[in-house]
Design a protein around this ligand. Structure first.
Ligand SMILES: O=C([O-])C(=O)C[C@H](O)[C@@H](O)C(=O)[O-]
Length: 303
């Protein structure tokens, strides 16, 4: 897929980050992952992101990363574009980006580099090296220690024609709007904070109508309906779902660090599409938390 084709695909609709399937021994379960993507690809997401945050990229072994990307690309070929997450330092990120491109990924999402703070210039060099290493489209992701400003992004966009997207995982509206106004239609823009639905309406107002939904992993019909309600300005439906599902959902999610991913895996399990346990350093939901989540999911009706 050409970078501009990917930019077009990411400029509308709903995105998602499938969880990654691990078996009881904690090994990557390609069969389960393929079934998951076959199921999710029928709900009309504009793109699916393999090995993203919700996909536990940070816990994948470098030897199993290509298996995850290959499974996603082969399963979704011809139905929905697969964007592959890459991360860590520049050398590892470039190696992963080249692997993902060779395996047929439609694009690359640059997850934050690891641990250290870094200057805008250094992060720009990091992103530019990744862009230069592939021909497919690249999306830069402000999150954690990666916090690029509008002027840095403008220089990167001039230097890297295949840099076609910006994803926000920080939630600083002044920064987001400054980037959106400075970059105009040069990028496709995506919201992607934990439980993106909370930010969907204000981000749409800021000129970012597209976001990635983690809950799409277990309530895809509701996730699509929520996105359609935001898009239509149906505030009654948006507020009703925020009050009845997302607020109590967030109350569970906020109980322990890392639950933003663990709760999604628990939800998938509760709807019969289990993906196995999370890998450390994450922990799975406690039994009472699973029960509370199950009640919330039941209240939404069939998916
Ligand atoms: O790796 C990531 O950024 C994500 O998984 C983003 C999530 O989809 C986030 O938007 C969410 O939790 O709804």
């Amino acid at each position: 897929m050409q970078p501009d084709e990917l930019k077009h695909a990411l400029s509308s609709g709903l995105l998602s980050f499938p969880v990654t399937d691990f078996d009881a021994a904690g090994e990557f379960d390609a069969t389960g992952y393929r079934r998951r993507l076959e199921w999710l690809s029928t709900y009309g997401a504009s793109a699916l992101f393999a090995a993203g945050g919700t996909g536990e990229f940070f816990s994948l072994d470098l030897d199993e990363y290509p298996e995850v990307v290959r499974t996603a690309v082969d399963t979704c070929r011809g139905s929905v574009p697969i964007v592959a997450g890459v991360g860590y330092g520049t050398r590892i990120a470039v190696r992963l980006a080249r692997q993902a491109e060779e395996l047929g990924a439609a694009g690359i999402l640059v997850l934050p580099h690891y641990l250290t703070e870094a200057d805008q210039e250094g992060i720009a060099r990091h992103v530019a090296a990744i862009c230069r290493s592939v021909r497919i489209g690249v999306i830069v992701y402000n999150r954690g220690v990666c916090r690029l400003g509008p002027e840095t992004l403008a220089r990167l966009a001039d230097e890297c024609p295949n840099l076609i997207g910006f994803k926000d995982g920080i939630g600083d509206l002044e920064l987001l709007i400054s980037i959106r106004r400075r970059m105009g239609d040069r990028f496709a823009y995506m919201g992607g904070l934990p439980t993106a639905e909370f930010f969907a309406a204000p981000y749409r107002a800021a000129g970012v109508p597209v976001y990635s939904s983690a809950v799409f992993n277990f309530i895809p019909r509701t996730a699509m309906a929520f996105h359609q309600a935001v898009s239509a300005g149906d505030t009654d439906t948006v507020n009703s779902l925020l009050d009845s599902f997302f607020m109590p959902y967030a109350a569970i999610r906020n109980r322990r660090p890392g639950y933003a991913v663990s709760i999604v895996k628990a939800g998938a399990d509760l709807v019969g599409h289990g993906a196995g346990p999370v890998r450390s350093p994450l922990v799975d939901l406690r039994p009472d938390e699973r029960t509370a989540l199950g009640v919330l999911i039941e209240s939404l009706g069939p998916q």
